[in-house]
Design a protein. Structure first.
Length: 407
């Protein structure tokens, strides 16, 4: 019982760690190559036939980088491919989605106040929506509508706003913004797997066979890579949003997400313009600041959309009926609920940390595993033991949880 809960927490932590590491690698290489491509000097007649070049310095060494518009005259033997960063990020992210939101659907995915879905329905909607996003996006990119990059980007934005509204209409606020990030990240990773890498393989195969590669493959890959560049920052915001109730638990969470995508555009436009030596568009900082101020205002008007049933149901009923629940209820009410409340009484707190409320029997039973791990097995809560939870009270929490987990 103890081992299973602790092991589950460590597995989730390990997968999350892998996800963050691989995301850093993917984002870092993506940003580097976009900056490199934009900053190349293309006004030089290079003997190598390269389209442009740039000299860089890092770590005490100098690097001379050249880019070929289609491909070099002869394929090198030690060509490095950048793909596993993308694949590993998506695979670890999907594994985390399963561990947290599918296996913990009752706690994190389904909110009966939003849509009274069965767990299998919610998981089905989640998986189908990710596939739907890529299929629709890819079809639009390959259609005549996708011939105009500006028009295509506006169309993509409309789809993302529509999905933001859809997700907040079927999932909990926390899951809605996380899924919008997963929806976008799926498009980005699929761009690498289904478009960018296959196109590069075609160019390499043509070159090895002595054929002149078609420049269209590089053009298509660059279009998708540019989309990924502008979508990266909003995805990071959405992935972090589950830690901040002001982002996910507001009535206007879908509109907040829509504005976050615009902030991603303004921020990337500034750096892309800077890297391409096209100017220093400082107006983007003002635009970004105004968008963020608007988000702050939206997040508190009104404050939260959270309703809880009066009685415990489903798996939570097991913990509410377990031996020792009455004692644990009193402990939580005395040591935790002054902060974890709709209107916290602790000075300086305006909302429940991470949106976790512990004021009713149902809320306490529903958060059983969190209480067990945070205040029973470990001393993470209360923070710095500010409410003076005693060792015997922590032991009561452990005994209650283990009693509930017995067959």
């Amino acid at each position: 019982m103890y081992d299973m809960a602790a092991m589950g927490a460590w597995i989730e932590f390990a997968v999350r760690w892998v996800h963050v590491i691989t995301a850093i690698a993917w984002i870092g290489s993506s940003f580097y190559f976009i900056a490199l491509d934009l900053g190349l000097h293309r006004d030089r007649n290079l003997k190598s036939g390269a389209d442009g070049e740039e000299w860089q310095v890092h770590g005490g060494g100098f690097y001379h980088v050249q880019k070929y518009l289609v491909a070099p005259a002869q394929m090198p033997d030690d060509l490095v491919w950048f793909k596993w960063e993308s694949y590993s990020t998506w695979l670890s992210g999907f594994a985390l989605l399963i561990l947290v939101y599918y296996l913990g659907a009752e706690f994190y995915l389904v909110d009966p106040a939003v849509a009274d879905l069965a767990i299998w329905q919610a998981v089905g909607i989640s998986m189908l929506s990710l596939a739907f996003g890529w299929i629709v996006y890819d079809l639009i990119c390959k259609s005549k509508f996708g011939d105009n990059n500006t028009r295509l980007m506006i169309g993509l934005y409309v789809i993302l706003v529509g999905m933001a509204y859809f997700y907040t209409s079927v999932f909990s606020g926390r899951a809605a913004l996380l899924h919008l990030g997963a929806f976008t990240a799926t498009i980005m990773s699929a761009n690498v797997f289904f478009i960018i890498m296959p196109n590069q393989r075609i160019v390499v195969a043509d070159l090895k066979a002595g054929r002149t590669p078609d420049a269209k493959y590089g053009k298509i890959a660059k279009q998708r890579s540019t989309h990924n560049n502008y979508l990266t920052l909003p995805v990071i915001f959405l992935m972090l949003s589950n830690h901040y109730p002001l982002a996910f638990a507001s009535e206007m969470n879908w509109l907040i997400a829509a504005l976050v995508f615009l902030m991603g555009v303004t921020i990337r436009h500034y750096f892309n313009s800077l890297h391409s030596r096209a100017g220093n568009p400082t107006w983007t900082w003002l635009a970004t600041a105004l968008l963020f101020i608007t988000i702050i205002w939206l997040s508190t008007a009104p404050m939260f959309r959270i309703t809880e049933p009066e009685e415990a149901s489903g798996p939570a009923l097991r913990f509410a009926a377990a031996e020792g629940f009455d004692e644990v209820h009193d402990i939580v009410m005395g040591r935790c609920s002054m902060c974890h409340a709709a209107e916290p009484s602790w000075d300086g707190l305006l909302w429940a940390p991470k949106g976790v409320r512990l004021e009713t029997e149902h809320q306490i039973a529903k958060a059983a595993k969190q209480i067990y791990l945070q205040a029973g097995v470990t001393h993470a809560m209360p923070p710095a033991n500010l409410s003076y939870m005693r060792a015997e009270e922590r032991a009561q929490i452990v005994a209650w949880y283990q009693a509930a987990m017995r067959p």
